[in-house]
Design a protein around this ligand. Structure first.
Ligand SMILES: Nc1nc2c(c(=O)[nH]1)N[C@H]1C(S)=C(S)[C@@H](COP(=O)(O)OP(=O)(O)OC[C@H]3O[C@@H](n4cnc5c(=O)[nH]c(N)nc54)[C@H](O)[C@@H]3O)O[C@H]1N2
Ligand SMILES: Nc1nc2c(c(=O)[nH]1)N[C@H]1C(S)=C(S)[C@@H](COP(=O)(O)OP(=O)(O)OC[C@H]3O[C@@H](n4cnc5c(=O)[nH]c(N)nc54)[C@H](O)[C@@H]3O)O[C@H]1N2
Ligand code: SF4
Ligand SMILES: [Mo]
Length: 745
């Protein structure tokens, strides 16, 4: 028996944030397992966790920067050479126009402190308005809905899974995805607990997913129509006098207006649009309203559709009118340790509410939302000539060539850029277009704290973990800071520590202004009292000590300190979710706006769709996820990709027989924008008229360096999704419910 050391950390791969125990021999990883003592995840992990070891060891993972030669070949270079080459080309290619640069930030950024803090710094240094992120192919509708209702686009409510007795879930498949906008390690276990205490779990999905198989009831819905179901339920709640406002009665604005707005959505109308029996709509309304502790929760299938924001809004509306908002067992808000408790900030930003469209995109005139334009319009900005045309692209942790709609066009236009730089550990479908690739080291080389996901947790908790390994090159933080310095004109030789110092000063200043218990401290006192040494750990320390449970740098005797974080390798439980209203509200009225004006306006689009509903397409395409995948970027891990090919077109047996399609036979799938071939998987799990293909595949592009993925290429579903189809309020792409035609190939 060798004496292995045990290292505890958090898995950075998905939103569940499971605690890991890594057994190692002086850094050589021997085993990765769930941390049984983690206060939140209690030992749960999924198969992806163990693959961190393979990810770390992956020979295709870039260890050194690459520069693309004029001939197209990539050459490994030293870090100084790589940064020099960015300096040489980035700013000159802009020719003085900051908006000639665009930046795309991908999903993995939310999983690291560096990825949350520093990409914004690069954006500011570039000075461009052309900011694009994975949010507009994902959850932007929820930000907009919450922004409009609560005044704060980051105030996303989560279902209180641990205390609810009734969960109505739409468009989510946590048995595969492990949950989203709802950080709950072992989501399935938490649902099993709900069922064990006699609760009901209802899943609305066009597919009988693994999640649906565990539900008390599975309701099939026609893709893209969740909003009708939700408004139909609200209709019955109002019609039958089942409204219960409870404690929130005095701060809910627009109850009568909401009642009027949902009047057209009678159960028969809803039934016609969704394919769900009127009787089911009536019953769901009665059940939800009768619950002491019940909640409605919607995710990808509810958001990435053409009425995404309306549907996201309808979820919160329904929770509000049935007495399930901001109450145990309902939809609640987490209080992360690094933020002030809602309403406690001394100088709460003036309650200005939330607006979008402060500026517009050059080509299509899309309104900015949270300072971003829709990813769906990135190709327009690159391809369309004229002043302000995008000639330079920075991508950080993103693979839009596989993840964004109409990606054939994006793939094509990226080749026309004057300069592209990517911060990414792989030479993949997107980064093969870059002139310089700057690979961050493996996640095991960074300490961990969840700045983003702790806001979405179903239980308050805090955890900080040190890094396991030393990076051999610069950390991701340093890469991003250097990129920001180059973009800002300070050059490749500028000292990153200046940026760390500025960030620290800024965080200390905010601590003093925001927390009344810190107000009497001087910046010098605070800096001198810090225990952490690494700059990013110091940022976490400042935020946590000034945050909701912090020691306020000595003013609160039992408050959290960095020493306590360091001495709690399994995390610290901070208890169940607590009520946040009205303190959290940032609307101009100081109320929850149940019927914000932009929502009321967009409702007319919905009413119009009611009239146009007769000519339904023969087939619509939806997506899906698999437990062993992670969007586009973990198909290079043999452990995860092995087994039956998973990039198949699921189709109902009766639809298949009508098309004379056999299981395994190749189908030609055509949409307005493209076509592709995929093997049919005939299964009654999917409803008639709907077919499903997962995203993140299509690893057959030339010039990539992901050998395992290339051998298991699959096809890219986003060759079929339409960049013209977006939810207008959020700019989110429509990725579910794509009209397609099918034929045997
Ligand atoms: N049709 C369809 N399309 C979809 C979806 C869908 O359901 N259907 N889902 C959408 C959703 S929800 C999302 S979030 C997007 C994701 O869209 P993206 O974020 O664009 O794509 P990912 O596949 O997550 O790619 C992540 C990239 O980050 C790199 N990476 C991994 N770890 C790190 C790291 O630590 N640092 C850095 N710098 N880079 C890293 C990977 O190599 C990869 O290139 O896809 C969307 N696209
Ligand atoms: N294993 C794995 N885990 C992941 C990811 C991954 O790629 N793989 N990606 C991560 C990311 S970035 C995200 S955002 C989350 C997403 O997490 P989830 O929101 O749970 O996403 P999905 O698993 O795609 O589940 C969406 C479900 O919506 C259904 N659906 C499609 N259209 C409609 C519709 O119109 N109405 C309704 N009601 N349902 C519909 C689909 O059939 C599918 O079952 O997962 C994260 N976790
Ligand atoms: S569910 Fe899997 S991928 Fe997600 S955090 Fe847990 S172990 Fe990691
Ligand atoms: Mo996502």
């Amino acid at each position: 028996m060798t004496d292995r050391a045990r290292h505890f950390t958090t898995c950075p791969l998905c939103e569940a944030t499971c605690g890991l125990e890594i057994q190692h021999d002086s850094g050589a990883i021997k085993r990765i397992s769930g941390d049984d003592d983690d206060a939140f995840s209690r030992g749960f992990i999924c198969p992806k966790a163990a693959s961190l070891q393979q990810l770390h060891a992956d020979p295709d993972r870039l260890r050194a920067p690459l520069v693309r030669e004029p001939g197209g070949e990539f050459r490994e270079v030293s870090w100084p050479e790589a940064f020099a080459s960015v300096e040489e080309r980035l700013r000159p290619s802009l020719a003085g126009d900051p908006n000639a640069a665009a930046i795309y930030l991908g999903n993995p950024n939310v999983h690291s402190v560096a990825g949350v803090l520093f990409p914004r710094r690069v954006v500011r240094a570039l000075g461009t308005r052309n900011l694009f992120t994975a949010s507009t192919i994902d959850q932007m509708p929820k930000h907009v809905a919450c922004g409009l209702m609560y005044g704060d686009p980051e105030a996303l409510s989560v279902p209180d899974l641990e205390r609810t007795d009734y969960l109505l879930m739409l468009g989510a498949n946590p048995w595969e995805s492990n949950g989203s906008l709802c950080t709950a390690p072992d989501f399935p276990g938490r649902i099993r607990d709900l069922l064990a205490r006699g609760g009901r779990f209802i899943v609305v999905d066009p597919r009988r997913t693994r999640t649906a198989e565990h539900a008390s009831e599975h309701i099939r819905i026609r893709p893209g129509t969740d909003v009708y179901l939700l408004l139909g339920i609200a209709h019955v709640v109002f019609r039958d006098g089942l409204v219960r406002l409870g404690r929130l009665a005095s701060i809910l604005a627009g109850v009568d207006a909401a009642s009027e707005l949902v009047a057209p959505f009678t159960p028969p109308v809803v039934s016609r649009m969704t394919g769900i029996d009127s009787g089911v709509v009536e019953r769901l309304a009665r059940e939800l309203a009768a619950q002491e502790r019940g909640v409605v929760y919607g995710r990808i299938g509810t958001h990435t559709v053409s009425f995404g924001t309306l549907a996201a809004w309808a979820v919160d509306l329904l929770n509000a009118i049935t007495g399930h908002l901001d109450t145990p067992g309902g939809a609640m808000w987490a209080f992360p340790a690094h933020l002030a408790r809602p309403g406690e900030k001394r100088t709460e930003k003036a309650r200005r509410g939330f607006t979008t469209g402060r500026w517009r995109s050059r080509v299509k005139g899309h309104p900015e939302v949270l300072g971003e334009f829709p990813v769906a319009t990135l190709a327009d900005e690159i391809e369309t000539p004229g002043p302000g045309q995008v000639r330079v692209l920075v991508t950080i942790a993103g693979n839009p060539v596989l993840s964004a709609p109409d990606s054939a066009r994006l793939d094509r236009v990226l080749e026309g850029l004057s300069f592209m730089v990517s911060v990414d550990p792989y030479l993949n479908e997107t980064t093969r277009h870059a002139h310089v690739i700057l690979p961050p080291p493996s996640p095991l080389t960074r300490s961990h704290y969840d700045l983003a996901l702790s806001r979405l947790a179903v239980r308050n908790r805090v955890k900080w973990s040190p890094s396991l390994l030393e990076p051999t090159g610069p950390s991701e933080a340093e890469i991003l800071v250097r990129l920001a310095l180059i973009a800002g004109g300070q050059g490749a030789g500028a000292d990153p520590s200046v940026v760390y110092e500025q960030t620290e000063e800024h965080l200390i200043a905010s601590a003093i202004t925001n927390n009344p218990r810190v107000a009497s401290k001087t910046p010098g006192d605070i800096a001198a009292s810090l225990e952490a040494t690494d700059p990013l750990d110091r940022f976490v320390e400042i935020m946590v000590r000034a945050g909701a449970y912090g020691d306020a740098f000595g003013a609160v005797p039992d408050g959290l300190t960095f020493t306590r974080l360091r001495d709690s390798p399994h995390g610290i439980d901070l208890g169940p979710l607590q009520p946040a209203l009205p303190g959290m509200l940032k609307t101009a009225s100081g109320m929850v706006e149940l019927v914000p004006e932009p929502i009321r306006e967009d409702m007319s689009r919905l009413t119009k769709a009611l009239e146009a509903s007769e000519d339904l397409p023969e087939f619509v395409l939806i997506g899906r996820r698999d437990l062993r995948s992670n969007n586009s970027w973990m198909h290079n891990i043999p452990l995860l990709i092995k087994g039956k090919p998973r990039c198949t077109l699921q189709i109902h047996p009766e639809d298949a027989s009508q098309l004379s399609l056999q299981n395994g036979q190749v189908v030609r799938i055509q949409s307005r924008v493209g076509e592709l071939l995929a093997p049919a998987e005939v299964t009654d799990k999917i409803m008639r008229g709907v077919v499903s293909l997962p995203h993140g595949y299509g690893h057959d592009r030339p010039g990539t360096r992901q050998r395992v993925a290339t051998a298991n290429a699959g096809v890219n579903v986003n060759l079929l999704t339409d960049a013209k189809a977006i939810d207008p309020l959020s700019g989110n792409a429509v990725l579910n419910g794509i009209p397609v035609t099918l034929a045997p190939a």
